[in-house]
Design a protein around this ligand. Structure first.
Ligand SMILES: NC(=O)c1ccc[n+]([C@@H]2O[C@H](COP(=O)([O-])OP(=O)(O)OC[C@H]3O[C@@H](n4cnc5c(N)ncnc54)[C@H](O)[C@@H]3O)[C@@H](O)[C@H]2O)c1
Length: 280
């Protein structure tokens, strides 16, 4: 594979907690493709996670920022511009958290304070970052911004809870700001809708293992891994995709276009044979 796709480019990557994180894989690949990086996470994640290991292998600078704090985001973007000596080229938003999911509070009994936190951390943070980068005119022409989403924005998947609402808002923000950034700055904004992936955030979803198994059986190409997602991010940060913007791009082995697959129906039928429940 060509390894210079991001040569001369500079970017900020949010959300690398540990090596399972999608953002971690993106940082590794972006560096391999020649990018200069700043990596960032919340104060607790920087303390508890292993981001400094990633910083040392990618020659990146770490700047701590809580994505729900306007002060932190302002400091991050202005400090990034100082560090890079001016504008930069790409941003990855790879942030998600739902207190309702964490506390196993079902959607029909949602706690609204938690729900506001879910929306704030997982979606409004994207608006905050884009608004601040716009204010400082931080991105070069033909720059690219990517946020990670999930098909629960369009379809209901049991257990995904208020994160489905957060992803719908995230994708809408990508379109709304995509227009403004395209018109005024020639910058692309897209979301990648990724397969279920075994990471810290992913594994917090109730029934996650079954979701992974189900989508693996439903997808003609199988689930996409974090590493494969990183490849797609690199393509979107590169100059090969300059006119792709305001899109929600499925990276899910075909899952989002399927109704029922042979593999899934075989498993479904097998469950009836095994459970002696034909009349139920
Ligand atoms: N894992 C999956 O199945 C899957 C599928 C589709 C989309 N996604 C999305 O991919 C993105 C990355 O998640 P992941 O699966 O790599 O899990 P992860 O747990 O490794 O990453 C989530 C990140 O969000 C960060 N974060 C949480 N609160 C924050 C805050 N207040 N400020 C700054 N950062 C904060 C965490 O520290 C963590 O690094 C998320 O948007 C997630 O919803 C994940």
């Amino acid at each position: 594979m060509n390894e210079g796709l991001l040569k001369g480019k500079k970017g900020v990557i949010f959300g690398a907690l540990n090596e399972k994180s999608i953002a971690w894989q993106v940082a590794l690949k972006a560096r391999k493709h020649g990018a200069e990086l700043i990596i960032t996470n919340s104060p607790v994640a920087v303390r508890m996670g292993t981001i400094h290991e990633l910083a040392s292998v990618t020659d990146a600078r770490v700047i701590t920022a809580d994505a729900t704090s306007m002060t932190d985001i302002d400091n991050l973007i202005s400090e990034s511009m100082r560090h890079f000596g001016g504008k930069f080229d790409f941003i990855l938003h790879s942030i998600g958290m739902s207190p309702n999911v964490r506390k196993a509070i079902p959607y029909e009994q949602t706690n609204y304070e938690n729900m506001l936190k879910t929306l704030d951390i997982s979606a409004l943070s994207f608006h905050r970052i884009l608004q601040t980068a716009y204010k400082y005119d931080a991105l070069n022409e033909w720059g690219s911004v990517v946020a990670l989403s999930y098909v629960a924005a369009q379809r209901t998947l049991t257990g995904y809870n208020d994160m489905g609402d957060a992803k719908a808002l995230l994708e809408s923000i990508a379109r709304s700001f995509g227009y403004i950034y395209g018109r005024d700055r020639k910058v692309r904004i897209n979301t990648i809708s990724q397969s279920p992936t075994p990471t810290t955030a992913g594994s917090g979803i109730h029934g996650f293992e079954s979701l992974v198994d189900f989508s693996e059986r439903m997808s003609p190409l199988g689930n996409a891994t974090a590493e494969e997602c990183a490849d797609y991010c690199i393509a979107l940060f590169s100059d090969l995709t300059r006119k792709v913007t305001m899109q929600n791009l499925y990276h899910d082995g075909g899952f989002s276009s399927m109704g029922m697959s042979l593999k899934a129906i075989e498993q479904y039928n097998k469950s009836f044979e095994e459970c002696d429940c034909a009349d139920k």
